[in-house]
Write a protein that binds this ligand. Structure first.
Ligand code: CA
Length: 245
């Protein structure tokens, strides 16, 4: 889809113009609001394909606005990307758990913002289909979700059931960051009481088995993990480093 309509909600006028200019150059049509209430009204009236939402707004907290967008039937499924300040990981985690799709840390690199938005738009265009796909292919990695087997460059990967579910969750939602809580709820077998940090242990074990391909499982510091859609690094995330996690 060409010229997707993107609504930006950001109170800082300078940053808002920079954002608008960046998005236009990336080929998007831009609508802008300088406060939460105006942004909400504009979203209902104009039905944008994606909403960029600053977490620090003057009239409503970005997280409350995020919740409102998710409760409102007209915007429930609209991709929502949060703008956050560096060091605001707790808010980002809460936003993702409220249903935001992604976040971008200010300041951002324009090309990376564009890539991040296109990923969110693509994902919105193929609702949940991939999680039920029988086969997921991500370059050299192939997951047979029926036989519950994975191969890397043709060689079988010996994964535990949890590692397979983790890899399946991440690869079936490329580019999407999952918080540890979200991973816990979707990957760890029901009834088992484990801490969030338990996820890190599984990620570490999985990365070891993936060898050089492990760099595609990216750590979003203080937030969670995502499977990188491309080999290019994305803004707002540190590259995966198996030794640090
Ligand atoms: Ca702000």
């Amino acid at each position: 889809m060409a010229h997707e309509k993107i609504l930006t909600i950001e109170d800082d006028a300078d940053f808002r113009s920079l954002l608008e200019e960046t998005l236009r150059r990336e080929g998007f049509t831009v609508l802008a609001a300088g406060a939460g209430a105006a942004g909400f009204e504009l979203a209902l009236a104009a039905a944008p394909q994606l909403i960029i939402l600053d977490l620090g707004l003057p009239d409503i907290h970005g997280l409350d606005l995020c919740r409102k967008f998710r409760e409102e039937p007209l915007t429930r499924a609209t991709p929502l990307v949060m703008l956050s300040a560096d060091g605001d990981e707790d808010s980002v985690v809460r936003g993702l758990e409220l249903g935001a799709d992604d976040f971008v840390v200010k300041p951002f690199r324009p090309a990376e913002l564009g890539a991040r938005l296109r990923t969110a738009l693509r994902r919105a265009g193929r609702p949940a289909a991939e999680e039920t796909a029988e086969r997921i292919v991500a370059d050299a990695l192939v997951l047979d979700t029926v036989g519950r087997e994975a191969t890397l460059a043709g060689a079988p990967l010996l994964l535990t059931a949890t590692e397979f579910r983790l890899l399946h969750l991440l690869t079936s939602n490329p580019g999407r960051v999952f918080t540890r809580d979200q991973i816990l709820a979707r990957v760890i077998a029901g009834g088992v009481v484990v801490g969030e940090r338990n996820i890190d242990v599984h990620v570490r074990a999985l990365r070891r088995k993936l060898g050089a391909f492990a760099e595609r499982i990216e750590t979003s510091r203080g937030v969670g993990y995502r499977f990188r859609e491309t080999a290019l690094p994305l803004v707002g995330s540190a590259p995966a480093d198996p030794n640090l996690d």
